[in-house]
Write a protein that binds this ligand. Structure first.
Ligand code: ADP
Ligand code: ZN
Length: 216
């Protein structure tokens, strides 16, 4: 069973949704850099102020900031049983730093799960996305409705639309994905860690397929 996992794929491919499912069933720590930045923004910390100036326009937070944050998180003892990296790494320097830090703390990456999704579907998913303000759980106004409108099924938190889930910021995010993140697929292919999955099959089917794959 592989337990030190990276989830990759464009914004809207379903990384966050899959991460929540895997976290529940396999008892892994979910490390979402996007969630960590949004938490810092909510709390109004120095990191939050810095991150907001990038995130709200769809730009990437500088590497040194993001790398430091992940290093600190990955070193905590709760990650010993396995972790899901969601939204990190997103650039080549981040991937190189991750290889180094995971060796340093003896938590080698065992598999990279890449979610594939076409552009039209990404736009549809992101424009209808709602997120729990409290726990970060993702919903969709048409295809993943909560039981009670505007309320998170998992924690009762308020659902909202992210500031960067608009057409303009999404264009910028997809641009960064193609230019900076997509090349990482080759990086992990060379390390023999990459496995790609079609995210259009639906969230339950995808979850079952990935779980079976990790079990091998
Ligand atoms: P999505 O996968 O839907 O684009 P995330 O929640 O993963 O959303 O990330 C939201 C934003 O947070 C990104 O657009 C970026 O500004 C910032 N961010 C998250 N992870 C990273 C990272 N590894 N490096 C730089 N910026 C990041
Ligand atoms: Zn919630």
């Amino acid at each position: 069973m592989k337990r030190n996992i990276i989830l990759m794929g464009p914004p809207g491919a379903g990384k966050g949704t899959l991460a929540k499912q895997l976290k529940e069933s396999l008892n892994l720590v979910h490390i979402s850099t996007g969630d960590m930045f949004r938490e810092a923004i909510k709390e109004g910390t120095k990191l939050g102020l810095l991150a907001a100036s990038y995130i709200n326009h769809g730009d990437l937070v500088p590497d040194e900031v993001t790398i430091g944050l992940v290093k600190e998180r990955l070193s905590k003892s709760d990650c010993a049983n396995g972790f899901l990296l969601d939204g990190f790494p997103r650039t080549l320097p981040q991937a190189v730093a991750l290889q180094e830090m995971s060796k340093e703390i003896s938590r080698d990456i065992e598999v990279v799960i890449n979610l594939e999704c076409d552009n039209a579907e990404l736009v549809r998913r992101i424009s209808g996305r709602r997120v729990c303000r409290n726990c970060g759980a993702p919903y969709h106004v048409e295809t993943m409705k909560p039981k009670v409108e505007g309320v998170c099924d998992l924690c009762g938190g308020e659902l909202y639309q992210r500031k960067d889930d608009n057409e303009e910021a999404l264009k910028v995010r997809l641009g960064h994905y193609v230019a900076e993140t997509k090349p990482l697929l080759e990086f992990y292919e060379k390390l023999n860690l990459l496995s790609s999955f079609d995210s259009l099959v639906g969230k339950e089917a995808l979850f079952e397929t990935v779980k079976k794959y990790l079990d091998k």
